[in-house]
Design a protein around this ligand. Structure first.
Ligand SMILES: [Zn+2]
Length: 461
């Protein structure tokens, strides 16, 4: 265990602050996924960034020196809408997507947090926090809703806008859409909202204010407090969560626990674009982790690419970035091929990581370090994990055009027929059908492999 001071850019103080070690374990809460669709690479960037931070903290303070909590938001309007669109129950949807999330982030080498609380399993804690906010005059009930009053008086450690710098008046002046009649102020946000009679039963919860469901922000306040206490060290998430999500989390937590300051450090990772554009389904540039894994891109290579820029800066995803990452990892793997295992990382790599997770500097140091320290440094970053898996991946790439003809209950013609059918399904964006064909082939021991140029090969297991 090495003692090294860790500095992180704190969005609250707008400085690189040293992480002060407290007697109790360091608590880190990171906003996790809302489980309504498969994680895209922008979601993955956030998970990978905090995974590296967790690994660095574990390296410096020991595994018992930190408690890492990442939640699952499994009740949300977006989930209700997605379940209706997919004609399935909310439970079916959230279980399926949670499993997909776990599979995808595991493929990227992310370790599991110590706690992964689900919002639906913490309704009692959420209701208790809302009740405290009503009792202290920070929240009010109106037309079956409970709302946080952003004009409520400041507390010892809190005033509204302290994270984002947005003043309450700015929101009033900027409100272009009609304000809901049940709100006292345009910036007031929902702590609890009523459910519709036709809503899926698993998104309907009894409360003192009628049957309903919690707002998104209060979920994170209640779950972080339950596992880390009213004051803890690090709160992380994407830059897009700073306002309103994190601003509102601070408001709720500081007002429900009047003398608390909630999280000391707020860490935000930057946006991810694809070929210079915002990723969106309508632009057709939406890339999921699964899309890449299905093309036999190794998880380590995706992870390496996601870590190529400083975490707080924007990252542009493109084919060149991925190709360069594969080439660099190839070189690193070739260097450590016959090197004995080591668990001592290069000091320069660790130092760069401890200084606000300076990934570009850490990567530069990685290329310069001795082979034994390269292995340990790569392991610290989680990019060199499974040598055998990487070798297998290299063989896949080298033999892309070769068809392996082992025994299968399907003939070569049948397999080619399925590949053609799946191509049609994919062209029609019928992903369910494409997945069905893939699963059908797998059931017969045939693994379909999508190459980057759109061609498909297969191997028989
Ligand atoms: Zn959150």
């Amino acid at each position: 265990m090495t003692e090294a001071p860790i500095y992180l850019y704190n969005s609250l103080t707008k400085h690189k602050d040293p992480l002060i070690k407290h007697e109790q374990p360091i608590g880190m809460y990171v906003c996790g996924p809302t489980v309504y669709n498969r994680p895209h690479i922008g979601n993955a960037r956030s998970v990978v960034v905090y995974d590296v931070l967790y690994r660095v903290l574990c390296h410096v303070y020991g595994k018992n020196g930190i408690i890492y909590v990442r939640n699952i938001t499994d009740v949300d309007d977006k989930i209700n809408e997605a379940a209706i669109q997919r004609h399935c129950s909310i439970q079916q949807l959230t279980h399926e997507v949670t499993q997909q999330f776990h599979e995808d982030v595991a493929a990227l080498g992310c370790v599991s947090p110590n706690h992964e609380p689900r919002a639906t399993e913490h309704i009692a804690e959420i209701i208790a926090m809302v009740e405290r906010l009503i009792a202290s005059g920070h929240a009010y009930e109106s037309d079956q809703h409970v709302l946080f009053d952003v004009t409520a008086p400041a507390t010892d450690h809190w005033h509204y806008g302290m994270l984002s710098g947005r003043a309450v008046e700015d929101q009033e002046a900027g409100a272009r859409i009609a304000v809901e009649s049940y709100k006292r102020n345009p910036g007031d946000f929902v702590l609890w909202k009523p459910a519709d009679a036709q809503d899926d039963p698993s998104s309907r919860f009894d409360s003192p204010w009628g049957v309903g469901r919690p707002g998104w922000h209060i979920e994170c306040s209640a779950m972080s407090t339950k596992y880390l206490g009213v004051n803890f060290d690090i709160h992380g998430g994407g830059a897009d969560l700073k306002f309103p999500h994190h601003e509102n989390e601070i408001a709720q937590s500081c007002c429900a626990n009047p003398h608390s300051h909630y999280a000391r450090m707020w860490v935000h990772n930057g946006f991810l674009t694809v070929n210079g554009e915002k990723m969106s389904k309508s632009l057709g540039n939406f890339i999921t982790v699964k899309d890449l894994l299905d093309k036999n891109v190794a998880g380590e290579a995706i992870r390496f690419a996601l870590l190529s820029a400083h975490y707080a800066k924007p990252l542009d995803w493109n084919d060149k970035l991925l190709d360069d990452s594969i080439k660099q990892l190839d070189k690193l793997y070739a260097r450590i091929k016959n090197v004995p295992q080591s668990d001592v990382p290069e000091p320069a790599v660790l130092e760069a990581l401890c200084h606000d997770l300076n990934m570009p500097k850490a990567m530069a140091a990685l290329h310069q370090c001795h082979d034994t320290q390269l292995q340990a440094s790569g392991a610290l970053l989680g990019i060199i994990q499974n040598y055998e898996q990487w070798e297998k991946y290299r063989i896949f790439r080298a033999d892309e055009s070769k068809k392996i003809t082992a025994q299968s209950t399907l003939s070569h013609e049948e397999i080619e027929g399925y590949i053609a059918q799946r191509k049609v399904a994919k062209a029609e964006r019928n992903w369910a059908e494409a997945d069905r064909i893939r699963a059908l082939c797998e059931a017969h021991g045939v693994i379909l492999m999508d190459a980057a140029d759109g061609s498909v090969t297969y191997s028989v297991t």
